[in-house]
Design a protein around this ligand. Sequence first.
Ligand SMILES: [Zn+2]
Length: 286
Amino acid sequence: MNQTTIKTSCMLNKGAGLHSGQKTTLYFHPAPADHGIVFFRSDKNVNIPATYRYARPSALCTTIEHQGVQVSTIEHLMSVCNGLGIDNLLVELDAEEVPIMDGSGLEFYRMLKKAGIRQLDVPKKIIEIHHPISYQQDDITIYITPSNNSNFTFSIDFDHEQIGQQEYSFVLTEKNYLNEIVEAKTFGFKKDYDAHKKQGLIKGGNETNAIILNEAGDFDNPEVLTWLNEPNLHKILDQVGDFYLADNLRIKGAIFSHKSGHSSHLAFIRYMMTECTHQFSIVEER
Ligand SMILES: [Zn+2]
């Protein structure tokens, strides 16, 4: 397999950021081999590579920063890049947040597929796990073991009647990503949603781009649901994106996660890439 980029530049018009509410147009441009996924803030003239080296811990989203300039909420777009196997891409925007669109990865997926995927003449590299790597932080567990494919098993445990304890396993291929993950919308609890709205933390959030779980134990807006276990699927969508911060290399391994989120994903990837370098190799994908 060779590295890929998109065939032609394309744009997504005027979407609002979930947290800032600020509207911006995203431009996607082809990029050469070994360029990686890079965000370009055109209003500040700063490039920010989407890797763990530039990522900042954040509870609500995944943020990258360089020279004091940030881009936040990159995780759904990063997830689609990993899902589609796009190794190289330049993403241009003039605001500090990637638009939330419908709360899933679907519109990024459609746009990048429409632009077309082009093979470059340099081999694709992946991370191959040789020995288990595990990480624990309070009640959060993440570990990886060797495997013949890239697969994610995610378990959640929320005190809510519609969710409770759930687990889902997913093998990362483009077909499975399209069928099982890309449409899974972000979700939140109504009490947090109301509090965040009041504090101005989710100016671009509304009843159409987030699944809202109410105190009665129901979905507050069931009309936006595609699947009953959609919150669990969205956790995998987020993780597929956050784990692409590992130098934009897909991980060949079995990934198990319990109750993890953006900040623990980043902590795990940073730990793996800096302290566990004997447990994996970076190899050409066969
Ligand atoms: Zn998300």
